[in-house]
Ligand binder design. Structure first.
Ligand code: SAH
Length: 346
C-alpha cells in the first residue's frame, strides 16, 4: 500500500532539521532544504542542486511539494495581469498584479470562494470550498513577483489581501504566510507594505491587535448605518457596527495604526448626506483614511455606481472633517480582475 506523502512545506524549520537527524544526517541539511523550499521557491526536489542525489531521493520518498501552478495569464490594456492559480487538489483561485507608476502591487486570495455573502461581490457567488494553506498564499506572491520582474523590470513592492475570500476567517494561515513573506528566509518584504482587508470580524481584529501584527488593516465598510450595511453585507447582522467599532477602537489603542476604510458609493443605497454623516461619526475615534473605490459591475446590474456629484459630496464633507479621502479608479476591469470581480470566470 502506498503511504500518503506529507506536504513538506507544512513542516517548520525545526521539524525539518529533526527529520534529518532522525535519518542519521546533519540537522544543517534541514536549513539547506528549508532555504530551497522558501526563499528559493523550488518546485521539485530535483531543483535542490547542493543536496546529494540520495538525500533528494529520501525526500522524494517521504514528501511532496504542493506547488501552485499558474494556469493562465490574462493581461489588461492597463498593464494589470490576472493569474488563474491551480492548487494541488485542482481547485482554482485568482490573483492579480497591479502596476502603478513605479510600484507593483499583488492582490492575493486567502480562500477558495468565500463564506460571506456580500451582494455586490462576484466571489460571493462561489461558495467557500476551503481555506488556502500558508504555502498557497506565499506561492501566489512569488508568482507575481516573478511576473513583475519579467514584465516591469522591478520586484513586487506591495501586497493586498483583497482577492478571493475573507482573510480573517483564515487568520492562522494568513499570518503564517505573512511571516514567511516578511522573513529574511522567505521574501524579506516589509510588513508595512502589506494590507489585510476585511469585512470586519470583530473578534479577529482584536486578536490581530493582541498579536501586535505589523501589517496594515483595511476595513470594507460601505455603510456606517446598520440597516443599510446588513442589506448589502448580510454578515453585518451577526457582527453589527457597534461591535466592529469597539474592535477597531481596541486595535487603534494597541497599535496606533491608522485605519483605512474601503467604501463604494452606490446609487440609491448610500449616496445621501445622512450616509456621509454616519461615516464621519463612525470613523472619528481614530485617524482614518477613506478610499472611495469605484464599483465594478458584476453580472446582474442590481448595483449602480453613484454619480460624480455624490462622490464629490463625500469628498467635501470628509475633508471638512479632516478625514483623509482618496478616490480610487479601478484597474483591470476588462479582464474581470478588479475588486469584487474574481469569480474564476474563465
Ligand atoms: N473579504 C475581504 C477581502 C476581499 S474583497 C474584504 O471584504 O475586505 C476586497 C475589496 O473589494 C473589499 O473592499 C470589497 O468590499 C470590495 N468589492 C467587492 N466587490 C466589489 C465590486 N463589485 N466592486 C468594487 N469593489 C468591490
Amino acid at each position: 500500500m502506498e503511504v500518503k506523502k506529507k506536504d513538506i512545506r507544512a513542516l517548520t524549520k525545526e521539524q525539518l532539521r529533526a527529520f534529518f537527524v532522525s535519518e542519521g544526517d546533519k540537522a544543517f541539511r534541514g536549513n539547506q532544504v528549508y532555504e530551497w523550499l522558501w526563499s528559493k521557491s523550488a518546485h521539485t526536489f530535483e531543483d535542490m542542486t547542493n543536496i546529494s542525489k540520495d538525500t533528494r531521493q529520501k525526500l522524494q520518498d517521504n514528501f511532496v511539494i504542493n506547488h501552485i501552478k499558474v494556469d493562465q495569464i490574462q493581461k489588461s490594456a492597463d498593464g494589470t495581469i490576472k493569474n488563474a492559480v491551480r492548487l494541488h487538489d485542482g481547485l482554482i483561485v485568482e490573483s492579480v498584479l497591479i502596476p502603478v507608476k513605479n510600484r507593483t502591487t499583488a492582490c492575493v486570495s486567502s480562500q477558495v470562494g468565500c463564506s460571506l455573502d456580500c451582494r455586490f461581490c462576484a466571489t460571493a457567488r462561489l461558495k467557500r470550498m476551503r481555506n488556502l494553506n500558508p504555502d498557497e498564499i506565499y506561492d501566489q506572491v512569488v508568482a507575481i513577483d516573478k511576473e513583475s520582474r519579467l514584465y516591469h523590470n522591478r520586484p513586487l513592492s506591495n501586497i493586498v489581501f483583497m482577492g478571493m475570500g475573507e482573510p480573517l476567517m483564515n487568520y492562522n494561515n494568513v499570518l503564517k504566510a505573512i511571516e514567511k513573506i516578511t522573513s529574511p528566509e522567505g521574501l524579506a518584504m516589509s510588513p508595512k507594505r502589506i494590507v489585510v482587508s476585511t469585512s470586519g470580524v470583530p473578534k479577529m481584529i482584536k486578536k490581530m491587535a493582541d498579536d501586535e501584527v505589523k501589517f496594515k488593516l483595511a476595513v470594507s465598510l460601505h455603510s456606517a448605518i446598520d440597516e443599510i450595511r446588513t442589506s448589502i453585507m448580510p454578515f453585518n447582522a451577526t457582527f453589527p457596527l457597534k461591535d466592529l467599532r469597539e474592535a477597531l477602537e481596541y486595535w487603534y489603542a494597541k497599535t496606533k495604526n491608522r485605519i483605512t476604510y474601503e467604501y463604494v458609493v452606490w446609487d440609491g443605497i448610500n449616496d445621501t448626506k445622512k450616509d456621509v454623516d454616519a461615516l464621519i461619526k463612525f470613523c472619528k475615534f481614530a485617524p482614518s483614511k477613506v478610499n472611495l473605490i469605484e464599483y465594478n459591475p458584476i453580472d446582474d446590474g442590481e448595483f449602480q455606481q453613484a454619480n460624480s456629484k455624490a462622490i464629490d459630496m463625500y469628498v467635501e464633507m470628509l475633508e471638512a472633517h479632516h478625514i483623509t479621502v482618496t478616490v480610487r479608479r479601478s484597474r483591470g476591469k476588462d479582464i474581470d480582475a478588479a475588486c469584487g470581480q474574481l469569480a474564476n470566470k474563465s
